[in-house]
Design a protein around this ligand. Structure first.
Ligand code: ADP
Ligand code: MG
Length: 606
């Protein structure tokens, strides 16, 4: 009997797969570069014409392919990277599906030339729309060259979706940037119609590579991260201090085991780490490498592999957010510099720094080593790029040159040691730090202090309370009251004295002293609402941060209030005692700095 079901011809399968894998020139570049990296290349050159629509040529000095492999690589599901099921859960390579080359070849005019180091001649294969037209031995240097011409020439519907050359080039540049950030040991060059767009040398330390790819001025705002967690979890890289925030998340680069990943869990954890430091709708600049046991993460969930699945999502999330938060604390950053293994109190000579080994994001267990190297390069950068060549020194962090040698007390005294110039419009404190003019928003500053105090008191389990003269009876719906009952103890620790009052009602008998009684009722409702939103008990502490922010809003010092010299001094002293100084709990800036240079430029005196 005749069947209606047929096995699809190989070539059609490849075209279908191409629909998933090859969306635009940038996806071709990504696949080819990943192959070059997997082949151990140390130098990769990408040449592109017409945004990749006309030509994409990738050349590498990797291990190359012998004759048989050169033919095999165009077969579907042909890969040298995994052999068994288990390999799939211990991936060390960027590729593993064996789909990229046949898919790309199916929708282009494709040329491959490759030679292994130990063979005398190389092999060249030419295919059109996935059909091999010519093949033969050629003389060539060892490594691989792949040319992809006239992408989608045989699938016009897809070709129509391609954008202007510049747009496609933007995507290509983006792909190379991400791969180049993760592989400082490899040289990358990108040439568009004869113009060199990216050129980064091998063996650069991470900060240098970040400077070359994302812009030099950014380096002044970066703080190195290197934190080791349980189960061989390691987080390293660079984080920008909050003042260098962006309006989109495009400058967040996250990598898992050396692979660029845009994962929801990781992104959320990063934002958690910045909680209360960024204004609403702002995103940090971050280049973060997470190393994790490959058995604990599944990268095989999505064809373009930008998402992963963690065995223990919560654990990874909490590790990242804690590591970020810890890194952004100026005091932690300072004390870490003073650890003997950091070695950073010894000034690094230029020659020393140049000899420093390259940054290896994927190797766990070297977090301190990494931290030392990154600090060296940052310090080096600060020396070779004197002040005025970029944005002002980070607000909340000690200067790079000072931090290595400064004892902790000095860091505490940053604000108290400012020279007070006066008050402006009864709202701002004017002060001087060296040659810089410093402006402080007194209300935002006080709010920040109140926030930190409340949180401190809360953590130490003794929030000062004030009993209400007339207890208020508050009614809730059943879901809220259930939540309230569940978290009654936490409310107690927050300084609220709440007692069940029958049904869904509660009597409010005391409130935190710092707050006063006016807003107590609304606050309790807001907190309950907040907890209802997040649902999980594990998030309660985060929700409490919101509460502290609301509470701190009722701080004593407001805008439009004149302050005496002793009051200003007291405020500055208090500012030195809290950890974050750059923003109020709502994310508004607390302090701004104008360098002499900037002031002079305002008056055209330079
Ligand atoms: P995958 O990368 O998933 O294995 P590909 O279709 O991208 O699948 O490549 C198929 C195989 O071709 C790879 O497994 C590798 O052995 C070989 N290969 C591809 N590109 C290169 C290259 N630039 N250098 C050396 N070998 C390569
Ligand atoms: Mg591949």
């Amino acid at each position: 009997m005749k069947t209606k079901i047929r096995i699809l011809p190989e070539n059609l399968c490849n075209k279908i797969a191409a629909g998933e894998v090859v969306e635009r020139p940038a996806s071709v570049v990504k696949e080819l570069l990943e192959n070059s990296l997997d082949a151990g290349a140390t130098e990769i050159r990408v040449e592109v014409e017409q945004g990749g629509k006309k030509l994409i040529r990738v050349m590498d000095d990797g291990e190359g392919m012998g004759r048989d492999d050169a033919f095999l690589c165009l077969e579907r599901h042909a890969t040298s990277k995994i052999r068994s099921d288990e390999d799939l859960f211990r991936l060390q390579t960027l590729g593993f599906r064996g789909e990229a080359l046949p898919s790309i070849a199916a929708v282009s005019r494709f040329m491959l030339r490759s030679r292994t180091e130990d063979s005398l001649e190389g092999w060249e294969i030419y295919a059109e729309g996935g059909t091999v037209k010519r093949a033969g031995a050629v003389g060539c240097s060892s490594g691989t060259i792949i040319e992809v011409r006239d992408l989608f020439f045989n699938t016009p519907a897809r070709r129509k979706f391609l954008r202007r050359d510049e747009t496609e080039m933007g995507h290509v540049g983006d792909v190379i940037t991400k791969l180049a950030l993760a592989h400082p040991e490899v040289q990358f060059r990108l040439i568009h119609s004869g113009r060199s767009l990216i050129d980064v040398y091998r063996h650069t330390a991470l900060p240098e590579r970040v400077g070359a790819l994302l812009g030099r001025p950014l380096l002044q705002d970066l703080v190195p991260v290197a934190v080791e967690g349980p189960d061989e979890l390691v987080l390293q890289g660079l984080l920008a201090q909050p003042a260098a925030s962006r309006s989109t998340s495009a400058s967040v680069y996250t990598f898992i085991n050396g692979r660029y990943i845009r994962d929801r869990v990781v992104q959320h954890a990063l934002m958690e780490g910045y909680r209360n430091l960024l204004e609403k709708g702002r995103y940090p600049v971050a280049i973060l490498f997470l190393s994790i046991d490959p058995a604990l993460v599944d990268v095989n969930v999505h064809p373009t592999k930008h998402e992963v699945r963690f065995r223990d999502q919560r654990r990874v999330h909490d590790f990242i957010s804690a590591a970020v938060r810890e890194t952004l604390r100026p005091s932690a950053w300072l004390s870490r510099q003073n650890q003997p293994c950091g070695n950073s109190t010894i000034p690094v000579s230029e020659s020393n720094a140049k000899e420093a080994p390259p940054f290896q994001p994927a190797v766990p267990g070297t977090a301190q080593e990494h931290l030392r190297r990154v600090q060296e390069s940052l310090a080096n950068y600060a020396r070779t790029h004197p002040e005025g060549s970029g944005p002002a020194v980070p607000l909340a962090f000690p200067r790079a040159e000072e931090s290595g040698t400064m004892p902790r007390e000095v860091e505490r005294g940053f604000f108290s040691e400012l020279k007070i110039l006066g008050q402006y419009r009864r709202s701002f404190i004017l002060a001087q730090d060296g040659d810089d003019l410093v402006l402080i928003d007194q209300h935002a500053a006080h709010e920040r202090i109140g926030f930190e105090r409340l949180r401190d008191q809360f953590r130490q389990g003794r929030v000062d309370r004030q009993a209400l003269l007339f207890p208020a009876v508050l009614e809730f719906d059943f879901r809220e009251s259930a939540l309230l009952k569940e978290h009654l103890e936490e409310f107690g620790r927050l300084g609220f004295d709440l007692e069940p009052f029958g049904g869904n009602a509660f009597a409010l008998k005391a409130v935190p002293r710092l707050l006063g009684d006016a807003e107590a009722e609304r606050l309790v409702r807001d907190v309950v609402g907040e907890i209802a939103l997040v649902g999980k008990s594990g998030l309660v502490e985060d929700a409490l941060d919101e509460v502290f922010a609301v509470m701190a809003c009722h701080s004593v010092i407001r805008a439009n209030q004149s302050l005496s010299q002793p009051q200003i001094e007291a405020l500055l002293r208090d500012m030195d005692r809290v950890d974050f100084k750059a923003h109020c709990p709502h994310g508004r800036p607390v302090m701004k700095r104008l360098s002499l240079n900037e002031v002079e430029r305002m008056f055209k005196r330079t």
